[in-house]
Design a binder for this molecule. Structure first.
Ligand code: ADP
Length: 301
């Protein structure tokens, strides 16, 4: 097959692994810098260009769009879709997964377990908002945050209120969430490929840290997940309409709850912790699934 990998940095572990896995399975893969692709939006004849040349027809496109370039990156993916190319992640699915509130709404509509979450623009009914999520301690999250930045644990009603007021004063959007204390500073990252969990790891935050992000000094280890956790991860990936995703779960005393569904999960942590060849599984899925003209809007909105 002829494949295109859209990314900014070809040297990143995940990108190197995808190239290696594709080549090992006999495919030709072009690594294209997403921001250097340009396009013309002429009626009926969508094209994509790169370094002065029209891009060829690819059997499949693998988008790895970083959060800082979501708007341009998804426009490029959409243009590929308009040419009839098959893409591993649809532009709408990427956009959906980047919006925490929209994702939670879609997951809740399908009855998937979630931390109780409240969202408001106005802070005049703060007491009621906190009551809705069961009162302090609560977790307050910036809607635009990644890698645990902008995720705050407020232990008392007073600190919750001052954090919320500070964020709102800074004109940023937040959501307020039930604190899943029983998770003990750990979460579970599952990788779902083609409707199956192919790898799972437990991430544990450092001493005194409730956030388990590896970027924040957490550690990771292979974990066996329960059938309920497996089913939850698979359903969450399906609702988001993603062929490949990283689904983050917390073990709560009301069952597994989904925190986030990531459309470009990193491979380094999960391959390191589990020893599984996740990149090869992704390429295998492309071999089985990719067909021109078969990209249509999946998922629920
Ligand atoms: P980001 O997308 O920035 O990584 P997350 O929402 O994943 O932010 O939160 C970062 C970490 O904080 C999670 O990996 C988890 O360990 C912890 N965390 C997030 N939400 C909760 C919650 N409601 N209860 C307990 N821990 C949480």
């Amino acid at each position: 097959m002829r494949l295109a990998l859209l990314c900014r940095n070809p040297d990143l572990y995940s990108h190197r692994r995808l190239v290696e896995a594709a080549e090992a399975r006999g495919h030709q893969i072009d690594v294209l810098d997403t921001l250097r692709i340009y396009m013309n939006i002429t009626s009926h004849r969508p094209e994509l260009h790169y370094r002065g040349e029209k891009l060829p027809k690819y059997d499949a496109v693998i988008p790895r769009i970083g959060t800082s370039i979501t708007a341009y990156g998804t426009a490029v993916v959409r243009q590929f879709e308009m040419t009839g190319a098959w893409t591993l992640a649809e532009s709408v699915a990427i956009t959906r997964s980047r919006d925490k509130l929209r994702s939670l709404q879609l997951l809740s509509r399908e009855g998937i377990g979630l931390p109780v979450t409240a969202f408001a623009h106005d802070t005049r009914q703060l007491d009621h908002l906190l009551e809705m999520v069961g009162g302090a301690p609560v977790v307050i999250k910036l809607l635009e945050g990644t890698q645990g930045v902008g995720v705050v644990l407020a232990e008392t009603p007073r600190s919750a209120k001052s954090v919320i007021e500070a964020f709102r004063g800074a004109k940023v959007n937040i959501l307020v969430q039930e604190f899943i204390k029983e998770a003990g500073g750990a979460d579970i990252r599952t990788i779902v490929v083609g409707g199956k969990v192919v790898a799972a790891m437990k991430r544990q935050g450092g001493e005194g840290e409730f956030r388990s992000n590896l970027h924040r000094g957490g550690g990771a280890s292979k974990i066996k997940i329960t059938p309920e956790e497996r089913a939850t991860a698979v359903r969450a990936a399906k609702v988001m309409g993603l062929h490949v995703s990283g689904v983050d779960l917390l073990r709560s005393n009301h069952g597994p709850v989904v925190m986030e569904v990531n459309s470009s999960p990193g491979l380094e942590g999960i391959e390191g912790a589990t020893g599984f060849d996740v990149a090869a599984q992704i390429i295998e899925l492309i071999e089985k699934t990719a067909k021109p003209g078969k990209t249509r809007t999946k998922g629920t909105g």
